[in-house]
Design a protein around this ligand. Sequence first.
Ligand code: SF4
Length: 732
Amino acid sequence: MTETRSTCPYCGVGCGVLIASEGGQITGVRGDPEHPANFGRLCTKGATLALTAAPPIARQTRLLQPLRRLQRQGPAQALGWDAALQWACDRIAHILHLHGPEAVGFYLSGQLLTEDYYVFNKLAKGLIGTPHLDSNSRLCMSSAVAGYKATLGADAPPACYDDVQHARCLFIAGSNTAYAHPILFRRIEDAKRAQPALKIIVVDPRRTDTAEIADLHLRIEPGTDVMLLHGMLHLMLREGWTDTRFIAAHTHGFEGLQTLVRDYPPQLVAQVCGISVDDLTLAARWFAGIEPGESRQPTLSLYCQGLNQSSSGTAKNTALINLHLATGQIGRPGAGPFSLTGQPNAMGGREVGALAHLLPGHRELANPTHRADIAALWGVPDLPQAPGKTAVEMFQAAADGEIKALWIACTNPAQSLPDQATVRRALQRAEFVVVQEAFATAATCDFADLLLPATTWGEKEGTVTNSERRISRVRAAVPPPRSTGSTDNGPRHDWAIAVDFAHRLEAVLRPGQATLFPYPHPESIWNEHRAATRGRDLDITGLSYAALELAPAQWPCPAGATSGTARLYADGIFPTADGRARFDAQPYQPVAEPRDARYPLALTTGRLRDQWHGMTRTGTLGRLFGHVPEPALELHPQDLARHGLQPGDLVHVASRRGSLIAPVQPSDALAPGQAFMAMHWGAEFLGGSGNSSGSGSNASPGSGVNGLTGAALCPRSKQPEFKHSAVRITKA
Ligand code: SF4
């Protein structure tokens, strides 16, 4: 038996794992006691990784060879890699010839490794010349990205996990940490045990398991976070709890924010948010760190999709960061705004520029200097000059016939994007759909013209970056599985598929020239990525694979540094032109689709403790259904009674975009008028339909809970509002 050091592929905590293997098969997984993210601990999902990788399960779920459909509704035929990638090259070259580069879009994933991401980004923006490359990180972290940049000047979470132990107040907003980041939650529990005086505030419309640990649970009305946060600042100003010295020395724009929050008096805020003035005042005092007779105590904010997945996601992020700047709660142990990454490598994707508006090294497509930097590094004459279409926009453009070819890697948009009726229209209308995927059970596979089998956790080499900017190695413990009967089959690494395809397309687009993709292994890609970060806020020129062999490290870590950087902005200097942070004054906006008489329930979606995304991996294991065995629409008991429903009764749940059938369950974690359904349940669990015409005719098959959710976007981050959809129920 051998043990291979690697990283858990699920959430942004980024726990280290030791993979046991024997005879080319994974036989066990345990937490890596030396990894600073988890010190040996694993949650249920991480601890069962070996079981989900067992050969009997893999044989049922994995894609093992390239498959081609010559007609969408027809059977898929196996073919070799050479024929598959040449066919992809011919089809995409033809589309480029007829329609130009912007007819091609790439949709990637926060579960790709950094090296995979880097190659795809170069393929799209450097070789093909399309800016339309985005990632499911758009659904997860783009409001956090926009919030950091608007206030602090760079997309960089300033705090670290150790800050949980140093904080005297934890402000957990829009995050069910107990389910979505379980090992980080263990740290919170440890901190509370070690110092019972630690104040924990949880802001969430639901009384989640995370809220159970709170000293103060602000059970606000869905979507009213900005109102709450501005109301807290109003009180801080009134009571003299702000840090005027920090504001004067390190920030700009406080006057405008002061003027704005005058319109958020406590009584109004309490009424709109559905909380008491006393609780609002207590939250403001605890956040400011004001305790009689003591110096200011540190406050750490932990926040996630409740802030991000909103039509005002950026405003929610900046309103929270405003509080940190106004009270000087940043840059010191136990203090700072700390966004929690949903996926294992959403951070790595942002670092290599794999979002529609970005370039490597936290550069922007719209910035001529940044374009020139990367064009020089890549050896290409130019790059697209404007940001491309973001995730939801890209699928809308494909549904409209504007984007003709979609290449989807390591993500499952036919389940995970909102407004599934539009997504399915896009996948049906696109002329050529490539799905690069490890699991044949992903719903998007049904829409592919070409299916390319990819390797997955336990088989891949590369790097990931977790929520606290810590880069860890991902290592292969076993070879990928092979199907029988051919030597030219079996899954390939994501980066290698992209490189092989790029070489073929180069022969068409730049014949006779040296390749832009001279990568024999992931380390060569990593080294080019490192070079792209030189002198940038995330400089990792000091982090070779050899350095990462010694220990995972937090960026920045420039060449010559002896260690990474645990905490940012300790010197009070921010990565803006003059070194000062900026307050961002944005008024409160209600949710995009308020409840009304026709759709009187506010539906929110979220994670379960033991499932992951579309369940392609976790759904293979019976024991992971022990916590929640089947889908349900959770409602307050009063709402069940009002509709004459008993627990387990089936209801039609309908929004303006589609409907599904699900059993109901009572939950007093919700307020009356609210509904909750986990995001994981796909079409195989839920009957229903989408409204594919937008005018009432049901024409697409059931698509899970995202058949109900809408595509309202935050205007700044373009992140969709998963956390609030107006729905109605009728007994089935
Ligand atoms: Fe994996 Fe996240 Fe659980 Fe850690 S907390 S074991 S990274 S799922």
